[in-house]
Design a protein around this ligand. Structure first.
Ligand code: F6R
Length: 241
């Protein structure tokens, strides 16, 4: 794993956006894996800037999001479908048909998991996956204890993850108890991975990632099994290094 520590959240976001732009402008078509949460919001802002100011086109880009809550309609204000529309997709020229996010409101979740895996495969696989990290080391919604061989699956969210995400909901009780997420093995199939880590509250997780061996009680440690991972961290997240 390569580690790049930059001064600020802003720098982390701009650097990541630049790296994404380089890849989408030098490839005929490009498949990008995306995350939600607070960490990548600055990257999405910078990508919108790149589109508006520098005319960067997303017509050749397909996206696959990591996860979605079970039970939320795509138009629900807390769904990740809605998050992605509001933070990125509605401001860039990506084709709607090229946007993929697991559906959390189907009648058959198991089938949706298999379908999601099959469309990633049919696209030729994810060229670059953007990841955030949970304080407990989760990536996507792969919580501690998740098998490293897991593919897209349904998870029960831990209380700590539900509490961390409660800030987006009106009341903590509204946070769904389950989600559909790409599995660790699905994530590791990506050709390249950027793990973004920002803020003091992630310092312990970053320190643990860099100092412990692979351990399925700390899902991000699975990234040590991948040959092309870059951690991009801001100085607050790097305080314990
Ligand atoms: C979201 C996701 C999660 C987040 C993680 C960090 O799609 O996959 O693993 O990346 O929970 O969330 P933030 O960035 O809000 O700290």
């Amino acid at each position: 794993m390569k580690l790049r520590v930059v001064e600020s959240y802003d720098e982390m976001s701009k650097l990541t956006a630049k790296e994404i732009v380089t890849r989408i402008t030098t490839n005929h078509s490009f498949t990008l894996g995306l995350a939600t949460g607070s960490t990548p919001e600055g990257v999405y802002k910078s990508l919108i800037e790149e589109h508006k100011r520098n005319g960067i086109s997303f017509e050749n880009v397909s996206t696959f999001n990591l996860d979605e809550y079970i039970g939320l309609d795509p138009i629900h204000k807390n769904s990740y479908h809605c998050f992605m529309q509001q933070k990125l997709f509605s401001y860039i020229n990506i084709f709607k048909s090229n946007i993929h996010i697991p559906k959390g409101n189907t009648s058959n979740h198991q089938e949706e998991c298999l379908h999601y895996e099959s469309i990633i495969k049919a696209s030729g696989g994810i060229a670059l996956q953007i990841l955030g990290i949970g304080k407990n080391g989760h990536i996507g919604f792969n919580e501690p204890g998740t098998d490293f061989s897991s593919r897209t699956h349904i998870v029960n969210l831990t209380e700590s993850t539900r509490a961390a995400n409660a800030r987006f909901f009106s009341t903590p009780e509204e946070v769904p108890t389950q989600a559909i997420t790409m599995g660790i093995s699905s994530i590791l199939d990506s050709k390249e991975i950027f793990l973004l880590v920002s803020g003091h509250q992630k310092a312990e997780a970053l320190h643990k990632l860099l100092t412990t061996d692979c351990d399925n009680m700390f899902p991000a440690s699975s990234l040590k099994n991948h040959s092309n991972v870059t951690i991009i961290a801001d100085s607050d997240a790097a305080t314990l290094l």
